[in-house]
Design a protein. Structure first.
Length: 460
């Protein structure tokens, strides 16, 4: 990693137009470090620095830049430079760039591609959105099973320069159907006259082009691979997916789930790149739904208006009761949503989760009930805050806490299962949504308990 201390020196070289010295320095840097430097510069400095890079290095750096910076650089480039960058980019990264563009811009960018690269770009964009085909690259090494190790190594030296990865070599038949994959170390350690078929074990995994991208994530997690081959419906090898592309998808999906859990529509761009009006649009919908839902809490309290009027002390504990239920529901919801996403549990495990959350909710409720009872006792001993019937008030609060926390845990854990069963994203049962639902039921549980416990004392 390049130290940030060199940034002032780089800027000084740009301002002094010492481009030869600057170019010599940058050539020794990695593409990721140059990309970090580019992102820290002004638009004009970005362009001046970027135009110095050799086309292959420029394309590598370009792939690590965010979409907004890529657009800024495109606007400052000549058509010739744009053509160089697009044609040198790896097909999967170029597809990711095109996916962010409107159709008319994609059409314009296609004009900068060579005939071969345009054919590849159109093929990858032709696959369904969020499919494995959109993630793959056709840059891989494929060999025949009757080749020798010597022939394979010679072939790799001749054609492997621009391939996405050489860690795994793929074996295909005469119809280019995938029949095996072999790690490069097998070839490096085997005698040169060994035939490829002697290294094969037929034990390989693959994806179909129309598989969902989540299928790729699961395979990478399960088999710990750096690359996975992709075939068409007839088994013909058409590309590979590398782990770096899958990590990008994991980051996007995790971010989307976090936003949903917080009760926000997922942002398409970063926080800083999203306009204030777009941000309001993303947040206002759920916020309005939750606000309307909270009105039912007021309705529930209005239903118990007589009880509140007769025992004003009950109103003091309403925030504590409903927040405890909402918090327990949010905890349970978050745990189950994440477990479903990781594949730790499935729909068939709902009753197992149901039993666990009843037990957990009861124990958690007992803990909070004990704390609540202790709190009321201390305040009562200090200045007789709750009157002569404080023990009944404490019992009401404690019993209500046990009921509300248990109910919150059940609601929070079961809603993700229900939504998944109905075909919705479990993350939609966001923490604020669960908390709002539990608020209403928490009021009902609290005042129902109060009615039965205090009916002969405070409630007459």
């Amino acid at each position: 990693m390049i130290s940030l201390l060199v940034k002032p020196e780089i800027i000084e070289l740009i301002h002094n137009r010492q481009f030869t010295d600057l170019k010599e320095i940058l050539i020794d840097w990695t593409p990721t470090d140059i990309a970090d430097l580019v992102l820290s510069l002004s638009d004009e400095e970005q362009f001046l620095l970027f135009r110095l890079l050799p086309k292959e290095l420029a394309a590598d750096v370009f792939e690590y830049l965010d979409f907004d910076t890529q657009l800024i650089l495109f606007r400052s480039m000549s058509g010739e430079k744009i053509s160089e960058i697009l044609n040198e980019m790896s097909p999967d990264d170029r597809t990711a760039l095109f996916e962010e563009m409107p159709p008319n811009a994609i059409k314009q960018m296609m004009e900068y591609l060579t005939a071969d690269e345009r054919k590849v770009a159109l093929q990858l964009l032709g696959y369904p959105e969020n499919s494995v085909g959109r993630l793959m690259t056709p840059d891989y090494i494929a060999i025949k099973e009757n080749w020798s190790v010597q022939e394979t190594l010679d072939y790799i030296r001749q054609y492997g320069q621009d391939k996405e990865t050489l860690n795994v070599i793929y074996v295909v038949d005469d119809n280019r159907k995938l029949i095996d994959d072999i790690r490069i170390r097998e070839f490096l350690l085997a005698p040169l006259d060994t035939v490829v078929s002697d290294l094969m074990d037929g034990n390989y995994i693959s994806l179909k082009v129309n598989d969902d991208q989540e299928a790729a994530i699961e395979l990478f997690k399960k088999y710990d691979r750096v690359a996975i081959p992709v075939t068409d419906s007839s088994g013909v090898l058409v590309g590979i997916i590398t782990v770096d592309d899958v990590l990008d998808i994991v980051e996007e999906e995790t971010t989307e789930d976090i936003h949903k859990i917080a009760g926000i529509q997922a942002l398409e761009d970063s926080y800083t790149s999203t306009s204030i009006f777009q941000m309001i649009k993303k947040r206002a919908g759920w916020l309005s739904i939750l606000f309307v839902s909270e009105m039912f809490t007021a309705t529930a309290m209005g239903y118990f208006e007589r009880e509140i009027a007769q025992a004003v002390v009950l109103a003091l504990f309403v925030p504590m009761i409903i927040s405890s239920g909402g918090n327990s529901g949010s905890q349970a919801s978050t745990l189950i949503i994440r477990s479903l996403a990781l594949g730790e549990i499935s729909l068939k495990d709902w009753f197992y989760v149901f039993r666990r959350e009843i037990f957990s909710g009861l124990l958690l409720g007992l803990i909070l009930a004990a704390i609540g009872f202790l709190r009321i006792s201390i305040w009562q001993m200090a200045d007789s805050t709750y009157g002569s019937d404080w023990l009944l008030v404490a019992a009401t609060v404690s019993i209500s806490l046990i009921g509300v926390v248990t109910w919150g845990s059940l609601m929070g854990s079961m809603l993700p299962f229900i939504l998944k069963k109905l075909g919705f994203d479990p993350a939609t049962s966001s923490a604020p949504f669960v908390a709002t639902l539990v608020d209403v039921t928490g009021i009902v549980i609290y005042f129902t308990a109060a009615h039965f416990i205090l009916i002969r004392v405070l409630l007459k």
